[in-house]
Design a protein around this ligand. Sequence first.
Ligand SMILES: [Zn+2]
Ligand SMILES: [Zn+2]
Length: 371
Amino acid sequence: MGFSNARAAVLRTFGAELEIESFEVVDPGPGAVVVEVKGGGVCGTDVHLRDGHLAMPRPVVLGHEGVGVVAALGKGVTGDALGAPLEVGDKVTWASSIACGRCFYCRQEREPTLCEDRSVYGINRRADEPPYLSGSWADFQYLDPGSTIVALPKGVSLEAAIALGCAGPTAVHGVLGFARPQVGATVVIQGSGPVGLAAAMYVRLAGAARIVMIGGPAARLERARGLGVVDVVIDVFDVTDLLGRVAAVVDETPGRRGADVVVEATGVPSAVAEGLEMCRLNAIFLVLGQYTDAGATPINPHLITRKQLKVFGSWGLSGADVVDFVRTLPQLTKRFDLASLVSSYALEDVNRALEDVRAGSVTKAVLSPNG
Ligand SMILES: [Zn+2]
Ligand SMILES: [Zn+2]
């Protein structure tokens, strides 16, 4: 194929800075694809990975969110996940994981996000074995046979497609898969990070009449309102007590009954107890933000019974969610300026990007290895 070696950001030691190393670009075998990475998203999960909060092998080329252009197609690859023809130079994105297809949850429950043996790019793929480049924080990424690869719809930029990162398909899985807000609904989104923002966008597309976002800091809330994603924002730094926050939210709902749907997207355990208080009777409560185990929290289970709540959890995202996400990109980009969420970094600035994500000073950090 004739590519020179590729640079990649590698995690070798938990808690230490990532290093830029050089790897061979392996020609794609049958069914595989090599992409030239144009954008590798940096997500809160990557900070946890770098700090050793999640079990993973090492060394690993990080980066589970990516967009790029097809550089080489292995034998037998003719189309993307939707059957559209795939050629060198096409703009694509891809799912971060490949479910095993054999375990109980893949086969019987048909829930690939619960797969017991998932292969995940940028997380559990070793960088010291071929094909080495199994994360998006690199000049090139090798996508194995079985990867979900989707060509971007015409008119959707690479920047817009990476702007929500894995939060986009995560919101598809939870909001469209479980919460399913009705047209005209009043919906509360707890959390103003990427998952909260993406969840609010899908709630909007689903036809909600009123979206109240409670989160912070103020700049994030204002950005969400400026983009037209939410109608009302409540800053948790302004209203610091639980009862005050609940009252502020309930005041924004019809008849002060509480929300039809509450989506928890904070990752803060105590937010779950608050979310239960914000639900009206017979409401839907989606717990979406607790991706990292941050420990136990007291809740009042009587609220679930008394209000007859439907409480859902939602774990991760599947290849199908990535396909659905890409299919909705034309609608999302028509309503919201996604590309404006992106802050770009050179690959060499990976450690600064991680620090900015940890500090919450950027909405979406994206490494741009190829300019
Ligand atoms: Zn499985
Ligand atoms: Zn992510």
